[in-house]
Design a protein around this ligand. Sequence first.
Ligand code: ADP
Ligand code: MG
Length: 468
Amino acid sequence: MNNTGQHIEIWDQCLEIFKKNIAPQAFKTWFLPVKPVKFHNSVLTIQVPNKFFFEWLEEHYVAVIKAAITKVIGISARLEYNILVNQQNPQQNPNSSANTDYSTKESQTIPNPFVIPGLKRVKIDSQLNPLYTFENFIEGECNKFPRSAGVSIVNKPGGTAFNPMIIFGDVGLGKTHLAQAIGNDVVKNSESKQVLYVTTEKFTNQVIQAIKSNALNDFMNFYQMIDVLIVDDIHFLANRPKTQEIFFNIFNQLHQSGKQIILTSDRAPKDLTDVDNRLISRFKWGLIADIKTPDFDTRRHILEQKAKKEGLELTQEIKDYICHHIKNNIRELEGVVISIVAQSTLNKRIVDMKLVKDIIKQFVSQVDKEISVENIKQLVAKYFELPIEKLHGKTRLREVVIARQLSMYLAKTYTNSSLKVIGDSFGGRDHSTVLYSLKAVQDMMDTDLLFKDTVTALEKKLELTLQG
Ligand code: ADP
Ligand code: MG
């Protein structure tokens, strides 16, 4: 029953809470004019002067109102609004109906206000990072396929066979970047599309929150409004059955209504452990595309882009060195660039090979125990079918000279040895000879494709050694 006075008591307690949480002026403007009308079956009805007032409260204060009534009434609390129709001077509106009075007319009761009403009208904040675009997502063999699938989605969200699209791959390879680039382009292309990016972590927290505050329905309703839903790192769904269940429902509803779903994961769906099979089978409906580790050229391309962005100029030798050592993670490539910039500007260090090697050491733990000059000599000698001693000796035979110079070049790239140490290990040659050899190799690579292929082949072998 409607307990006389109870609604007033409840609202008074709520006002106390609002007062503490809302700036005095806003409190006065938006809360004092509100009148409690009744309280029945956990539903508190309040009266607001007009529709605009109602919308304003809902758009700006929904969280605090909800928190307050839940605190005062309990978890089952609900709120309803009565909106006074035309409270303004009746003379201004002679044609208005009998409702033009000041009494508590239930002229327009709006149920379930926690379906945040602004949402239907207001564009959802996509939560996208505008820096993740297609323009700065360098294409390589490693990401060609997911990238072009992404472009098709932009042109027709929800309307391609790529639904859901699952981007998977190791950490730092660009999954988040690509997923967000798709989202950003959709936003750019079609103003009206509601795009939402959410991490699985955040989604999980939202689910927990919604359950706690008994607002699961509203939560689901909110997600149903999305046209392109991007959920990042779905491997974190593992061992979260409730989140999986809710996600399953949202997934089905969106998919059925032709909305686009984009997911990222650090592994292929079939390898997701502790995720419900129902979900995994849904994931297989669309496109599963992996981003692989970038090859050398793509790494260099990305490195050049990142360096350019930071206004950093790097020599070819330095770029090669970095890309030879940072292979499996683009985020680390960025990290190296940032570190170089920091060291050169803050610590005023010259950007030379020594600095770069110092920095790389922090990123790659095995730099020190990697390939030795000796390993390189063995590899090159074997490749050219020469006895290793020839590399130390004085022979000026062209073939031997080339093998020797190439060994020095690789030693410089793949080891931490100084020019002097390298010279020493090639029969006591001095550092200028080594320097000359490096230059000679570079020149030959630039002019002789066959030679360049040889170098690439040897580099591949060294990379394999590094990985093994
Ligand atoms: P993941 O989500 O796979 O762990 P991210 O998308 O966060 O990886 O990428 C790591 C970093 O590398 C980001 O700063 C991203 O901008 C950058 N990156 C990844 N792939 C590329 C690429 N192809 N071109 C340019 N930058 C990239
Ligand atoms: Mg990511």
